[in-house]
Ligand binder design. Structure first.
Ligand SMILES: N[C@@H](CCC(=O)N[C@@H](CS)C(=O)NCC(=O)O)C(=O)O
Length: 207
């Protein structure tokens, strides 16, 4: 019987990030849908799990972990016996943290925000989000030149944290056409055993 519960939403890239990693680790979790449209994430019961009122939240027995990147770190440290997804040596750990910051910064403010405008009609500056997305993608494409993964020579949680919103960038009107290294990297992640996709929405360039 699983003790893992993931509070999230099927069209949330932050939730998918956690779901994807659970699947890659071969872990089963009960997925509990949080009704964001009706404000379930701002109700006392949910705020008791995450005062920021955001999904995803992972429950592992009595342990409650909020924030998608924190969930990746927790799952890697607790359940990845190989130690490959989040290696402990200081330099690699720091390089991974650098890309978790990319996921929480320009990926969240770029492709994730641009998609929020098209998929959820969010009142955000679409042009600004598109511009942040292209600036980030241009750097990432150069970084991936001659590399298969964001950090080191095997996949880590850095790749998982950044995957979903970049893969779904066209839904926000952000074309990946000019970024061949990024597209090859996405394809490599999609070939990992246990990969699960987030459902696509036919909006933006994906329509
Ligand atoms: N830093 C957080 C961001 C999570 C986030 O933005 N979640 C969105 C859904 S994708 C949310 O809950 N939005 C509702 C809100 O902020 O009120 C994480 O990585 O988990």
């Amino acid at each position: 019987m699983t003790t893992l519960k993931l509070h999230g939403l099927d069209l949330s890239g932050h939730s998918h990030r956690a779901q994807l990693f659970l699947s890659l680790l071969g872990l089963e979790a009960e997925v509990i849908r949080v009704d964001l449209l009706n404000g379930a994430h701002k109700q006392p019961e949910f705020l008791a799990k995450n005062l920021f009122g955001q999904i995803p939240v992972l429950e592992d027995g009595e342990t409650v972990i909020a924030d998608s990147n924190a969930i990746l770190v927790y799952l890697a440290q607790k359940y990845d016996q190989s130690g490959n997804w989040y290696p402990k040596d200081p330099q690699t750990a720091a390089e991974i943290q650098r890309f978790l910051s990319v996921a929480a910064g320009p990926v969240a403010n770029g492709p994730a925000s641009a998609r929020l405008v098209n998929v959820f009609k969010a009142q955000l500056d679409h042009e600004r989000a598109i511009s942040i997305a292209h600036a980030m993608l241009s750097v990432l494409d150069q970084h991936l030149e001659g590399r298969e993964w964001l950090v080191g020579d095997h996949p880590t949680i850095a790749d998982i944290a950044n995957y979903t919103y970049i893969a779904h960038a066209p839904e926000g009107g952000v074309s990946l056409e000019a970024y061949p290294q990024v597209r090859n990297w996405l394809a490599r992640i999609e070939q990992l055993p246990g990969f699960v996709a987030m459902p696509s929405t036919a909006v933006g360039l994906a329509s």
